[in-house]
Design a protein around this ligand. Sequence first.
Ligand code: PLP
Ligand code: COI
Length: 356
Amino acid sequence: MLNIRIEATTAPKQKPDADNPLTFGTIFTDHMFIMDYVQGEGWIDPRIVPYGPLQMDPSAMVFHYGQELFEGLKAYRSEDGRILLFRPECNARRSNATCERICIPTIPEEDYVQAIEALVKLDGDWIPTKPGTSLYIRPFIIATDPFLGVRPSATYKFMVILSPVGAYYPEGLNPVKIWIEEEYVRSVRGGLGEAKAGANYVASLKAQMKAHDAGYSQVLWLDGVERRYIEEVGAMNIFFQIGGKVVTPGLNGSILPGITRRSCVELCKLWGYEVEERRIAADELFAAAVSGELTEVWGTGTAAVVSPVGHLRKGDEVVQIADGGIGGLTQRLYDTLTGIQLGKIEGPAGWVREVV
Ligand code: PLP
Ligand code: COI
């Protein structure tokens, strides 16, 4: 259990106007959580302080070799005024899995969740309540040793910041257009793909710009070796409904094991759908589109929630899905998941955690 010191701000910021849409990731709350790691001492000095710039040595290793990871989850305000988190221990566990992969010391799961809860409680007034809004929580860890050699750092900072957000895509719940990338790859098995390391997102930028320039919202990555099999989208996992079955790429080491993905798999199974987590070739997808068996495509992620995909492009081939509208299963998943997150629908045991 952490003994968190709190230094409250003396200059609270103005909260965003509830009538204006919240652009994703642009506004930050009054406070942030910080805890340091020092070799030989462990994680020390957990504290919540006013949100503001960090003073760091320019030689800090994170600036040079990118030893960094992040997580993303959300806090919601229920109609009866409770603050709810969605499966935060899954983020703590995934953060520790990423720590192991990039040689950062792990944080006990209960301490990780306690840090988030303490910060969200203090800045609870920042949780927006309009439909489609929430408080995005961004925990991250950075390597801070002032050293230019390549090795794991001996010191780190674990931090949590908060941002009131609306929809991740400007399209909202309208279907997004996705570009299947054939030139660049995001990750290969044995690399960092299944870790939530910032490095994966740097690797994605070039293709993302290419897709944006062509009028597409996001990139759909193919496997890094054969460039045949569907992996995931820039900030979401991907699902298909083919011949009535729910199909999503299996966790093969180069895909992020999304918490929304896992929750959708569990919901679809509960509802009696046959769910296949397996390799799926882009060719199979296009063939299923031609035969009429591909009926729905959607992405899943904390920021993106459940996001319908209306259009896929690979080279010169284009697939239009569900007449460009949102499919029935996609809508049911969106409604159920957001209903559970907002405390309106009772979900499976342990999915929602109240901050008290
Ligand atoms: N895949 C990538 C690359 C992501 O960045 C995200 C977002 O976190 C996801 C998938 C979805 O993961 P989750 O549902 O845990 O947010
Ligand atoms: C999230 O959904 O939490 C993510 O981390 C996506 C992010 C890259 C915006």
